[in-house]
Design a protein around this ligand. Structure first.
Ligand code: SF4
Ligand code: SF4
Length: 475
């Protein structure tokens, strides 16, 4: 609906204006290139790293083995009953995000979020094929012709190949990578692998190539949560309005601030926002506008830092002083961030301790209740238990089953000579254990006698036990 007043938009919902960020050089752009290279390298190459665990275990360094219900991470092997390690890592990741957001704003979004990293990569391809900002805008606005079809088709093909590699790399974390790659190429891989690759390829293609900043602004809940965690102490990207305004072009600077209104900060912004309008939900604090503005300040002979990492709390002090103040330590080290760090470190230390003190065997013990005891022909009383021994080593091992010292009861394991259980590697072995009280012994006539059953690793000598009860006749 057309509007009569200049302040009212013509439409309530306007169509999206594509963002064509201009090329920029500088410290933060270089930092982002490095982080992109490292994170993409880790993602694509990790499944191909080999790690020798012996003959019975997979040699892939990082593997989420769904069929074997195991997670392998280099020398660490996480079993389903140790899922608390995964939960602990997720808690650490959450607390880490709280910590970084409180201290440094949306630093995760600006540098390491997959959406940011892949969008950066897709924009790099776009710039390589179509040229810098002005050329891309011109191409986008012009009618379809041979040049536009050729460049767009080439760009989409390269985007698709990147997306395919991205989707393909993901499935390699869930199976032996060389075997799965061979299966995918020879059309013998499981259909779920093809389905996963297809879904991830299409989402990467769409999110990185077309949705881009809209994912951050509309689809991701994290900006809303982060907004609640940031305050005036948070170090974030800001425009020094006291220094830049009133902005204006031209060499005659009388009565004007340092902003030459060149729009470089806006033109390089991957989110399509103008930081001079103040703090905005869409800003991912990538720092590219700092690089662009610093470059301009160098050209006009003004000090850098018109746009900078700063804390809003310092603005009043800076305005009075007429120069930037940097109380970084005061803003970063405050009760909230220290609390987050202490919690984060506590969970981390607890996980490391748990990792090093965990036993390489796990046992379970379940008394049979039907019947609770059996009286043998010689008058002795026998109880039966189901003992589970999980051998978490990579080779078969003997485990010795015994009762606590000083016990007058007898113990034996069904189907074995004596009380030794040969437990295969990386499996849980279940055996029946018989505990017998001789006729006339105190335990035979006692209703419930507490007992302890021990299991000893025959090679390492490590021991673990479970408490249970021995049921007698009670007479
Ligand atoms: S305003 Fe600056 S820091 Fe924020 S997203 Fe745009 S370029 Fe990055
Ligand atoms: S890049 Fe700096 S000088 Fe240019 S418009 Fe932005 S704030 Fe002003």
């Amino acid at each position: 609906m057309a509007s009569d007043t200049p302040d009212t938009p013509d439409q309530l919902y306007s169509a999206r204006e594509p963002v064509f960020p201009r090329r920029v050089n500088g410290f933060f752009r270089s930092l982002k290139w490095w982080i992109m290279g490292i994170t993409l390298g880790i993602y694509y190459l990790t499944p191909w790293i080999r790690w020798d665990r012996g003959p019975n275990l997979p040699d892939q360094a990082v593997l989420i083995d769904m069929a074997g219900r195991r997670f392998f991470f280099f020398w660490i092997e996480i079993w389903p009953h140790e899922f608390y390690f995964v939960a602990g890592l997720l808690i650490m990741a959450g607390l880490g995000l709280f910590l970084f957001t409180s201290a440094l704003g949306r630093v995760w979004c600006g540098y390491a979020c997959p959406q940011t990293v892949w969008t950066d990569l897709f924009v790099l391809v776009e710039r390589w094929i179509e040229g810098d900002r002005n050329a891309r805008v011109r191409l986008w606005k012009q009618k379809w012709n041979a040049e536009k079809i050729r460049k767009y088709a080439f760009k989409w093909v390269v985007w698709f190949l990147i997306a395919l590699a991205t989707g393909g790399a993901w499935v390699f974390y869930f199976a032996d990578a060389p075997t799965l790659l061979h299966g995918l190429l020879t059309f013998t891989a499981p259909s779920v692998a093809y389905g996963t690759v297809l879904v991830l390829t299409l989402t990467t293609f769409a999110f990185g190539g077309f949705a881009r900043e809209q994912m951050c602004i509309y689809a991701c809940p994290w900006p809303r949560i982060q907004a609640a965690m940031m305050d005036e102490d948070t170090i974030t990207i800001g425009y020094r309005e006291w220094r830049g305004e009133p902005r204006g072009k031209g060499k005659e600077r009388e009565g004007l601030g340092d902003c030459i209104d060149c729009n470089a900060c806006f033109n390089v912004c991957p989110m399509g926002i103008d930081i001079r309008d103040g703090q905005q939900l869409a800003c991912i604090t990538c720092g590219l506008c700092i690089d662009a503005c610093d470059d301009m300040m160098d050209k006009v002979g003004k000090p850098r830092g018109l746009i900078d990492y700063l804390a809003l709390k310092d603005e009043a002090e800076e305005r009075v002083a007429g120069k930037p103040v940097h109380h970084v330590a005061k803003h970063v080290f405050r009760p909230r961030t220290i609390l987050y760090f202490v919690l984060w470190a506590a969970v981390g230390v607890a996980l490391v301790v748990a990792l090093f003190v965990r036993s390489d065997m796990q046992i379970t013990l379940r008394p049979e209740r039907n019947p609770v005891y059996v009286m043998e022909s010689d008058g002795s009383i026998r109880n039966t238990y189901e003992l589970g021994i999980r051998n978490m080593h990579g080779e078969m091992r003997p485990f010795y089953v015994s009762l606590g010292e000083n016990s007058t009861l007898d113990i034996e394991v069904q189907g074995t000579e004596g009380t030794v259980v040969e437990a295969p590697a990386d499996e849980e072995t279940k055996v029946r254990v018989y505990v017998t009280a001789p006729a006339g012994s105190p335990e035979a006539g006692t209703d419930r006698t507490p007992i302890r059953i021990w299991v000893t690793d025959g090679e390492s000598g490590d021991r673990t036990s479970r408490d249970t009860v021995f049921n007698g006749t009670g007479q």
